[in-house]
Design a binder for this molecule. Sequence first.
Ligand code: THU
Length: 145
Amino acid sequence: MTVEPVSAPKPDAESIDWEALRAAATAAMRNAYAPYSHFPVGAAALATDGRIVAGCNVENASYGVTLCAECSLVSGLHMGGGGQLVAFSCVDGNGTVLMPCGRCRQLLFEHAVPGMLLETVSGIRTIEEVLPDAFGPRQLIEFGA
Ligand code: THU
């Protein structure tokens, strides 16, 4: 298997415009399709090339098929030219910072630069802190899969 090489420097929390990221996440949240949970979510991230990618949750009558906001964001990352995520923010329907669910931490991990920063309910944290000892592409590569 092959994965995109990651060569970006570790992000620095001071250099990130967290307010702008949260504003982009809040704007994305307004596009949510959440007629079942009534819990709109928006997510936004800074990509390695400097662009902001965003996404909203899109639910389905078959509840388990629901797409989290992060799914939409990661699709947008690749549709917009690829790259990796440098900094990430996610908000609920009040524009309040929301922790990405467990599955989405896994999703983000695969598309993050090492040390990707997240705005969390307990401050700025790295992707490695919110998904310790993560399983990822490395395990497949090391096994030779
Ligand atoms: N949701 C997200 O979009 N991202 C998360 O990280 C947490 C949960 C959505 C899924 C569902 O549409 C709604 O929030 C309620 O769980």
